[in-house]
Ligand binder design. Structure first.
Ligand code: BV8
Ligand code: ZN
Length: 248
């Protein structure tokens, strides 16, 4: 892939780089995305599953869907895109990895500075006493009750209509506002407030680059569109980044 002279120059001079990832980054690991054909939502709509009412309405149904997704996450592994993003932390003095994904693959790829906007499917908590439960038996298809207080245990993810974790959102907005170069990778940019981050970066003067297999809701606003699979593009990009900054 040919990267523009402008991007190469920006990457050479950049002090601060930020990245927003979505489900497309995990697609090459075999994790279904949300809105692509065959994606998770194709069978269900968000309002049916990823929201509080749906869970209270039928806890076992929603819980079993998360158990099914955990099974997928346990079978897959980070792809070369996740690995390139983990390496990117060492290339720039300031680097922020902001993810909408709950699949834990950035952590497993070795990224250290991860801002999880929508939570993490590997974490669960009791809705009554907020005791956290990390080790979940995947064979439990029925919703679990808290050992301490009998409350319902839910995944530690942000459902539609729920607020994002304030601290993570604040850090993400600051990271976007201070970035010299901002990458939005593998996200349809349809879910808010995460989809605002590339726009915040753009308005603050960052060079904003989109990596996606197809155009998104915000492509027209951005500086550079790299069309293709994020794993492949990121594997090339990290090599270019290192050479423009004379790193091995
Ligand atoms: C909130 C966790 C308010 C759970 C998720 C109307 C207008 C604006 C906003 C709204 C509105 N109506 C409602 C809202 C708010 C709503 C929202 O944005 N809805 C959208 C759908 C319109 N947002 C919320 O509810 C948020 N909360 O607003 O609270 C509030 C305020 C005060 C007080 C109380 C409340 C909460 C949003 C978080 C929801 N949780 N997930 C779970 O996962 O089970 S969202 C879910 O979508 C995932 O987190 C996912 O990451 C996220 C975004 O999807 P993407 O990651 O972009 O995935 P998608 O499939 O869409 O796209 C994949 C992309 O990858 C595609 O572009 C594809 O082309 C590309 N691709 C595929 N393969 C590859 C690839 N690219 C590169 N390489 C490849 N190989
Ligand atoms: Zn409890």
């Amino acid at each position: 892939m040919v990267f523009s002279e402008k991007l190469l120059q920006r990457l050479k001079d950049a002090e601060n780089v930020a990245v927003l990832t979505g489900a497309g980054v995990s697609a090459e690991s075999g994790v279904p995305t949300f809105r692509d054909p065959g994606g998770i939502w194709e069978k269900f709509r968000p309002e049916q599953l990823a929201n509080f009412e749906a869970f209270m309405n039928d806890p076992d149904f929603v819980w079993s869907w998360y158990q099914h997704r955990r099974e997928i996450m346990r079978e897959v592994k980070p792809n070369k895109g996740h690995i390139a993003l983990a390496e990117m932390e060492q290339v720039f003095p300031k680097f922020g990895l902001i993810t909408q994904n709950i699949d834990n693959l950035h952590f497993r790829a070795g990224s250290k500075k991860i801002i999880e906007l929508h939570g993490n499917i590997e974490r669960n908590f009791c809705m009554k006493c907020r005791t956290f439960y990390e080790e979940i038996d995947l064979s439990e298809k029925k919703v679990l009750k808290c050992e301490k207080c009998g409350g319902l245990i839910r995944p530690d993810v942000v459902w539609f209509g729920e607020m994002l974790p304030m601290n993570e959102l604040r850090i993400a907005e600051e990271s976007a506002a201070n970035a010299d170069v901002f990458f939005t990778i593998g996200t349809s940019a349809e879910v808010y407030p995460a989809a605002m981050l590339p726009i915040i970066a753009k308005r603050a003067g960052a060079y904003v680059v989109e990596i996606n297999t197809k155009p998104t809701a915000i492509s027209a606003e951005l500086d550079e569109i790299l069309t293709g699979k994020s794993g492949e593009i990121l594997a090339e990009l990290i090599t270019v980044m290192k050479s423009t900054r004379n790193l091995k």
